[in-house]
Design a protein around this ligand. Sequence first.
Ligand SMILES: Nc1ncnc2c1ncn2[C@@H]1O[C@H](COP(=O)(O)OP(=O)(O)OP(=O)(O)O)[C@@H](O)[C@H]1O
Length: 364
Amino acid sequence: MITKESVLDALRNVDDPDLRKDIVTLGMVKDLSVEGNQVSFTVELTTPACPMKDMIEKACLNAVRMMVSKDAEVHINMTARVVSNRRDRQDVLPGVKNIIAVASGKGGVGKSTVSVNLALGLAAQGARVGLMDADIYGPSIPIMLGIRDERPKMADVNGKGMIVPVEKFGIKTMSIGLLIDEKQAVIWRGPMASSALKQFVTDVLWGELDYLIIDLPPGTGDVHLTIAQTIPVTGAVVVSTPQAVAAADARKAVMMFKQEHINIPVLGVVENMAYFTPAELPENKYYIFGKGGAAKMADQFELPFLGELPLIQSIREGGDMGIPAVIDEDSPARARFLELAGQVAQQLAIRNATMAPTQVLEIN
Ligand SMILES: Nc1ncnc2c1ncn2[C@@H]1O[C@H](COP(=O)(O)OP(=O)(O)OP(=O)(O)O)[C@@H](O)[C@H]1O
């Protein structure tokens, strides 16, 4: 006879490969029921974008069939509840579970392209996602999402005027480009940029989010410091390109996050424009700028390498037209960005399980 205990014992042999504990101990097995040879249960993962989802499901099935009964009819409901390890007072971004900053050592490496497609990639897999354009001096998110002409609405919350983020393709977004003329933003000085950013944090109704992606300005500067001091950023993703000079700049970005007064864990390094793929020969990869630079850099810092993204004309065209690669079913880059989203979500789950929460100066 199949019992609940025998099923649980079998499932104790299935490990979450990232968290390195079995799924029963981790409390991921829910709603177990057994009737005759019908066994059903839910496995609750830490992210809907988990790249190990299919593997864990198969391992559960095999464990019950091999260790309990080969005649068991097993129904597994794979779900996810994104965890947060925030321990701050939640004065800022109260309903936001995880905050991911996307950075680059220098401009033009595709940081905004990665931010947009990472946000959409997480949302495509079922997460609630927001995208904050903190690139105050050169906001490109409104163009990339095709919302240049939209203006956010205001809402009254307990007598305080709050900005309602613009929604597009299932994500919420806010950019200085949605409030003022893009050209004006370029001439802003440091203190103005910092106070605009603080508004994005305190005066925008982000609501409940699993992930908030922050597209940082290129390089290292005032805005980065403001963000590190006011927002409990869960982790950062550093974008690089293959050229040696780009890798050297990306190294500076990694060093910035490691500084004592910033101290934000780096989730990994992604290499954009790693190889060229012509539209008519999608299987061909040409490593025109050299190969393996960002992976080597990640290795030196003992950071995860989050993968290579191709240089494809349609990524640029999609960006200009407001149709990002993840939204374009025909884009050869779509699958790569979905993989990247899975890698980032996975590294974030590991970070939350193994490291202390990020500290910030509390706002009074
Ligand atoms: N993998 C890619 N293939 C083709 N074009 C790309 C790719 N990644 C980015 N681009 C294009 O390169 C240009 C710069 O990209 P993007 O604006 O994302 O860079 P950035 O690092 O955010 O720049 P900045 O920080 O200076 O604003 C854009 O026109 C974008 O569409």
